[in-house]
Design a protein around this ligand. Sequence first.
Ligand code: PMP
Length: 296
Amino acid sequence: MSYFNNNTVLFLNGKFVKASDATASLYNQTMHYGNGVFEGIRSYDTEDGTRIFKAKEHFDRLHYSAKMMHINLPYSSAELEAITYELLRRNNLTDAYIRPLVYLGNNMSLSPTDEVHVVIMAWEWANYLGDQLLRVSLSPYQRPNPKACHVEAKVVGHYTNSILATTEAKQRGFDEALLTDMNGNIAEGPGANFFFEKDGKLVTAPLGNILSGITRATVFELAKELEIPVEERFFTADEVKTADAAFFCGTAAEVAGLKSLDDYTFPFNWEDSVSHLIQLRYRMRVSVNEYHQLHV
Ligand code: PMP
C-alpha cells in the first residue's frame, strides 16, 4: 500500500508540505516510548460535496487523548477541522481516510515535553477489514488494563497490543482477533468495537475497558431510529457463541459483519440480520450531510 506519491501534501506544524519532503527527528519521544495521540477519521463524497464524518467528535477525542497524556495540543477542534478540509482540497480527495497524529519533540526522559508536533495526512483507503464476512478468533491477548493506561484515549503506544492480537489471529489463519478485558469479558477488536445480535437485539460491552468508538455511538443512534434495542453489558465468548450474528464497527472498518468466532458460525444469513440493517443505514448516514439528517 502506498500512502503517498510525489504530489501528496500533508499538514505539518502550521504548513502544507510535500509528504516526500516532510521529516521528523529520530530523538522524538513518541517514537521511543509511544507517547503520542492520534485519530482515524473518514470523509465521504456526499450530495453536498466532501464531508468529514463527525469531525467535531473526532477532534474533541484527539483533545481528550492529548489531555490524558499531558500533551498540549495547540489547535482547537474547529481549527483542525478547517485545516483538514483544506488538506483534502489540496490533495483532490473526497472519500478519504484522515490521520491526525500529535507527536512529541526530542525527549529521552519519561516526562512529557512542551515540543508538540501536529501532522495530518490523508489517503484513499478501502474499509480495512474488507467486504467479506470475517472469520474471527478469540485472542489470547487482553486489552490493556484500564488501571495501567487511559484506554479511552487513542494513544500511539496502545496499538502494540492491537498489532500483537491481529498478528496472532492471522498466524492461526483467521482474519481478525476479538479481545477480552482484564476480567475475561469480551471487550473489542484490535481496531474496532464489537456488537452481537440475539433475538433482534444488539449487545455490546460497556465503556470502561474499551475505546469509546464514534462509530459505536453512531450505531446506537441508528439502532434507535430503526427501533432495535441495544444493551450495554458484560458478556463472555461463550455467550457470543449463542448469538445470531455479530459485527465490528469503527471508522476504518465501518460496519463489518462476522462469519464466525473460532469454531462457531453465526447462524443467520447476514442479509437477514438486523446487523445488516445497521450496516446499510451506516452507509446511508455517512454519505448524507448531517445538516440534512437534522432538518429533513
Ligand atoms: N476500538 C479501537 C481499539 C480502535 O482503534 C478503534 C478505531 N479508532 C475503535 C474501537 C473504533 O473507534 P471509532 O469508531 O471512533 O473509529
